[in-house]
Design a protein around this ligand. Sequence first.
Ligand SMILES: Nc1ncnc2c1ncn2[C@@H]1O[C@H](C[S@+](CC[C@H]([NH3+])C(=O)[O-])CC(=O)[O-])[C@@H](O)[C@H]1O
Ligand SMILES: O=C(O)C(=O)Cc1ccccc1
Length: 243
Amino acid sequence: MSAKQDRIFSTPQSSVADFRFDDKVASVFPDMISRSVPGYGEILHTLSEIAQRFVSENSNVYDLGCSLGAASLAMRRKVSAQGVRLVAIDNSEAMIKRAKEHLDAFVSPVEVDLVCADIRDVAIERASMVVLNFTLQFLNPDDRDRLIRKIYQGMLPGGILVVSEKLVFPQPRLHKLLDDLHLDFKRANGYSELEISQKRTALENVMRPDSWQEHQARFARAGFEESTLWFQCYNFASMIAIK
Ligand SMILES: Nc1ncnc2c1ncn2[C@@H]1O[C@H](C[S@+](CC[C@H]([NH3+])C(=O)[O-])CC(=O)[O-])[C@@H](O)[C@H]1O
Ligand SMILES: O=C(O)C(=O)Cc1ccccc1
C-alpha cells in the first residue's frame, strides 16, 4: 500500500492540463481521495455492510471505476455467499496495475476479475450488487442514462446499486455553503490555496456532478422504483437504488 503524499498541484503550472488518472495520480491516490472526499472511509465501511446483506449465492458483484480496488476490498471482506464473482473495472492501466497488488495482498475465497476497460463497454450480468463509487461524475453526461439502464437490466431482482458522487445543488446559497465547507475540509487536510485552485481547474472539464434530483430521476427512468440518499457530508453523497 502506497502512503505517498499528494503534492501534484503544489507547484504553479503555467497552464493546468485536464485531470487524468495517470501513473502520477495512481501513485498518490489513497492520500488524494482520503484528503479530498469527506466521508470516503465511512462509505467504504458501509459498502462492506451492504455486501454482507445483499450479495447472494452464484451472483456477480461489480465495482465500476475501481481505481485501486478500495471498494472491492471492502465488499470482499464481508461476502459470505458461495459462488460469487467480483468484477472490478477501470480504464486506467496505472490504476489496474496497482489494484492487482492491493487485491493480491489479502487472501479471500471470492474470485476477483480485474479488467482494464471502459465501463460503458462491459456487460453486466446476474448482479446482486453494483458499485459506482465516485465514477459516474467522470462520464460524459449523455452516457450516464445508458449506463444506469444497462446496470438495471443486468441486475437480479432484489439487487442493490450504490452510487457515490459529488453533488451540485439547484439553490445557489446552499450550493455555495456546501462547496465552501468542502474547501475548508481540504484546507484542514493540508491542501494549499494553490493546490485547491489548480486541481479545481484541472477537474473543470472532466468531472461534472449532477444534483440529487437528477440522480433520482435517472434511477427512476432506468426502472428503479426505490432509491434514496443514505449518506451526505457537505456536497459529497452516496445513494442506493434497489431493483
Ligand atoms: N469510462 C470509464 N471506464 C472505466 N473507468 C473509468 C471511466 N471513467 C473514469 N473511470 C475511472 O473511475 C475512477 C474514478 S475514482 C474512483 C474511486 C474508487 N471507486 C474508490 O472507491 O476508491 C473517483 C475520484 O477520483 O474522485 C478512476 O480510477 C478512473 O480511471
Ligand atoms: O478534490 C476534489 O475537489 C474533488 O472533488 C474530489 C476528487 C478526488 C479525487 C480525484 C478527483 C476528484
